[in-house]
Design a protein around this ligand. Structure first.
Ligand code: S3P
Length: 444
């Protein structure tokens, strides 16, 4: 059954204090690394979304016991019985990552170091995404990975690994993490050069587990393992709220007149807060309170109020620090006075879908003229949007961006194929409704 989301023009302000579900990047990493620890890990507020549930299922298929306490539909507490770095069991079937690029790329790094063969596969959408970016460095480390044209399925065979010095040509946390995680099983030191501040959750979590990963300038260094190999200490972690999910209500409140909302305990890791800088550059009113460190990550409460926005340009490191938020930021640009422009964002073209051309095509249906460039886009606002029928193309972030755009149109908006929103944000519609947003599910 395909789910559709009906959005009506928002005539009243959005108001309230909300929390959004746990961080997707941290949730993937936590369950993977906890399964390899020596001992039992506790992971609170873990995100039960489509992408991370695929990773959890894979970890269970690798023989790891996980007890699940379902605190709510959007936050689970996991108790993971780690089996040590070499304790995974041979899977009896291909491992299905569904739509999750992070799941596939990070698991490829870990599976490359195992003493058994495994196949990583995923949805039709994931089978289209580039995997050469991890196959190449992992092969350089000695991994044996068979694929057709650098796409999933990936057949990984056991082979000894050695550390390498790898220069990434795009600032990708997934590539960096795949190499570092394979490095746990490699002889010698592993060094990764990053051309921009890719998110550093893998490094922080490994440090918390007793592996002294270091950062020196643009290099991330995993030292050679001690005699007998690395031992990972179990995790005791509360997953911060995902800043990438917070971005949707944040932008909604910034563009719906007279709104004011607060989102509590949001992850504010500097590699993830590009969206705050992008919104501030447009004149959005954002304030942070209760900033504190928990589990090695900075958290805080975020209040945003509606204000008249003006255009801004985004490029370079801000793009890396907010790559997943550019679709929802583009919705803010439709309400901002002047020409807003994004460059250095060619990576958007290899996400769940080509997020530049698909977004331009779908927003056009709502009256937005978004001009595409090879590495970005521009929008000349403010624009009067009209309602219409749009499609998520099975991309969760596009589905939510189009839903938020629907709030500032002058007609009904129907977002087709919107069930994918649960890939990262279960409870999105309930949460938006709790702020007073005019949106509801319709099933066909
Ligand atoms: C992620 C890294 C980013 C991001 C993705 C999650 C991660 O991808 O777009 O949604 O958890 O490592 P890249 O590292 O490929 O830029």
């Amino acid at each position: 059954m395909s789910k559709q989301l009906l959005v009506r023009p928002q005539k009243t302000p959005l108001h309230g204090v909300i929390s959004v579900p746990g961080d997707k990047s941290i949730s993937h990493r936590a369950v993977m690394l906890a399964s390899l620890a020596e001992g039992t890990s506790i992971i609170r507020r873990w995100l039960p979304a489509g992408d991370t549930l695929a990773t959890l299922q894979i970890i269970q298929n690798l023989g790891v016991n996980v007890q699940i306490d379902k605190r709510s539909d959007t936050a689970w507490d996991l108790t993971v019985e780690g089996r040590g770095l070499h304790g995974w069991q041979v899977p009896s079937q291909p491992l299905d990552c569904r739509n999750a690029g992070t799941g596939m790329r990070l698991l490829a790094g870990l599976l490359a170091g195992q003493s058994f063969p495994a196949v990583l596969d995923g949805s039709e959408q994931l089978r289209k995404r580039p995997m050469r970016r991890i196959i190449d460095p992992l092969s350089e480390m000695g991994a044996k990975i068979a694929s057709e044209n650098g796409r999933a399925p990936l057949a990984i065979s056991p082979s000894p690994l050695h550390g390498i010095e790898y220069r990434m040509n795009v600032a990708s946390a997934q590539v960096k993490s795949a190499v570092l995680l394979a490095g746990l099983y490699a002889s010698g030191e592993t060094r990764v050069y990053q051309p921009g501040p890719a998110r550093d959750h893998t490094e922080r979590m490994l440090q918390a587990m007793g592996v002294p990963v270091q950062t020196e300038g643009d290099w991330v260094i995993l030292p050679a393992a001690p005699v007998g190999g690395w031992t990972l200490r179990p995790l005791d972690l509360t997953v911060p709220a995902d800043p990438s999910s917070a971005a949707f209500p944040l932008v909604a409140a910034a563009i719906v007149p007279h709104s004011q909302i607060t989102i509590s305990s949001v992850g504010l890791n500097d590699t993830r807060t590009g969206i705050l800088d992008m919104l501030r550059a447009m004149g959005a009113e954002l304030t942070l309170h209760n900033e504190h460190i928990s589990g090695g990550e900075l958290l805080g409460d975020l209040t945003v109020s509606f204000s008249e926005l003006h255009s801004a340009n985004v490029s370079g490191h801000t793009v890396v620090r907010g790559i997943d938020e550019l679709p929802i930021w583009s919705v803010a640009t439709t309400q901002a006075a002047g020409v807003s422009q994004v460059s250095d964002a060619a990576e958007l073209r290899v996400k769940e879908v080509d997020r530049i051309s698909v977004l331009a095509g779908e927003l056009r249906k709502l009256g937005v003229e978004m001009l595409e460039t090879p590495d970005g886009f521009s929008v000349n606002g403010p624009l009067r949007l009209f309602g219409g029928e749009v499609d998520s193309h099975d991309d969760h972030r596009l589905g939510m961006s189009l839903a938020v755009a629907g709030l500032v149109t002058h007609g009904l908006t129907l977002v087709h194929d919107a069930g994918c929103i649960a890939d990262s944000f279960p409870g999105f519609v309930d949460m938006m409704q709790s702020l007073g947003a005019n949106m509801e599910w319709v099933e066909q």
